[in-house]
Design a protein around this ligand. Structure first.
Ligand code: PLP
Length: 409
């Protein structure tokens, strides 16, 4: 389907509401079984009623400030800037409670669920970070939380399973299907359909059927709003570019949204380039994918010639997903955002650089954005760049032991 880029950009600049069918241009919508439609319509009505109403916004802002620790800092990376040749600023989502941006979304949706009268929360998790954020938000609000997780992921991410349980969540092992994130999402949806009035499904990224991509973006947009004000305060002007890593796309869309209308600001998303360009060797959906339907939404997708979803690979579990949020698909299609990829090796180099030069251990996901930042700095000496540091890297110690630390041993 063709897109009029001028009209699409005008819509996105005017606030970026999806259309009446929940679409961003041709992307998005609701590709779900009939049984889910009433639950999604109820959620949509709840979003319209509460999300931008002052009582919800006051409550959300209060919890973001007193419990999550917002606003997060904007840190000038002084030594890294000297090394790479551009002025690099870091938006410190690694300092948010539970260690990443995911808490903004989990808290916001849990608050919404309570307003909608939900009695329990279900969530899915792959690497466990969204499960931990959901468990924490539910404990804070006194809502029971059930997290579905593939049995393979539970083995790979055992410390996060323990964290969720300590935070009071029930973690359910999913031994069907691929026994990873995709199977966990199917189980969470099944649970939701069986009792959609009492149960709220807390989705973890800017993906899925309408209204989730819109809802998650609105809850994460605080990242870019803060960063835009902070960089103007610090530099007296807007940056030349902003950058973020892209898995499902929630930290990136949260960072980008406030900057989309700023025509002079270049926007760059960095996907997981993994081991290389071959199918199955990466998770770079916008670089190598084609349009298709996954998890209730029409977007870009890594698939083979027969439309089978491809296995993906990334050193970072949080970017290891074959789809991407529909708004990113539109931003790519109209050329407002440029998407590139960084390999496993470049990401690991990003981890080393940030540790050595700035004393910050970044998440492996965020290190992909740092790899992009290095490339951008070399091409734009003296330019000013804001990078979303989506999370901290403590969770990645087992991987770092097997890679960076093993090389040095
Ligand atoms: C989950 C995660 C991501 C990827 O998810 P998005 O929805 O694309 O933001 C990136 N960084 C960190 C630290 C994460 O935990």
């Amino acid at each position: 389907m063709s897109v009029n880029a001028t009209d699409a950009l005008a819509d996105l600049t005017a606030g970026g509401m999806p259309d009446a069918h929940g679409r961003f241009g041709p992307f998005g919508g609701r590709y779900v079984p009939e049984t889910l439609i009433p639950a999604l319509e109820r959620l949509d009505a709840g979003v319209r009623e509460h999300l931008h109403a002052p009582p919800f916004q006051r409550e959300f802002a209060g919890e973001l400030s007193s419990w999550v620790g917002r606003p997060t800092a904007l840190t000038f990376a002084r030594r890294l800037s000297a090394e790479w040749g551009a002025r690099i600023w870091l938006k410190r989502e690694d300092l948010a409670h539970t260690g990443a941006h995911k808490i903004n979304n989990a808290l916001g949706q849990a608050l919404l669920a309570r307003r909608l009268g939900a009695r329990r929360i279900v969530a899915e998790t792959g690497a466990g970070q969204h499960g931990v954020a959901s468990a924490a938000a539910c404990a804070r609000l006194g809502l029971p939380c059930t997290v579905y997780m593939g049995s393979i992921d539970m083995e790979r991410q055992a410390p996060n399973v323990g964290r969720m349980r300590l935070l009071g969540a029930t973690v359910v092992a999913v031994a069907s299907g691929d026994r990873t994130l995709r199977a966990a999402i199917d189980e969470a949806l099944r649970d939701w359909v069986s009792d959609p009035t009492q149960t709220y499904y807390l989705l973890g990224s800017a993906v899925g059927p309408h209204p989730y991509p819109y809802l998650v973006r609105e809850l994460q947009a605080v990242i870019g709003r803060e960063a835009r004000a902070q960089i103007q305060e610090a530099e007296g002007r807007l940056p030349d570019a902003v950058m973020a890593c892209v898995g499902g796309g929630s930290n990136a869309i949260g960072m980008f949204h406030a900057f989309v209308p700023d025509a002079g600001v270049e926007i760059i998303g960095v996907e997981a380039g993994g081991r290389g360009t071959a199918l199955g060797g990466n998770a770079a959906t916008l670089s190598f994918g084609r349009p298709g339907v996954l998890h209730g939404s029409y977007s870009m997708l890594l698939q083979d010639a027969d439309g089978q979803i491809q296995e993906t690979h990334s050193v970072s579990a949080g970017l290891d997903y074959p789809g991407v949020g529909p708004e990113h698909a539109l931003l790519a299609r109209i050329g407002r955002v440029r998407y590139e990829s960084a390999s496993d090796e470049e990401a690991l180099e990003g981890v080393t650089a940030l540790c050595r030069f700035e004393g910050i251990l970044p998440a492996l996901e965020s290190a992909h954005a740092l790899a992009g930042a290095r490339r951008w700095a070399h091409a734009h000496p003296g330019g000013t760049l804001v990078v979303c540091l989506s999370g901290r890297g403590d969770k990645d110690m087992p991987t770092l032991q097997q890679t960076l630390l093993a090389e040095r041993a």
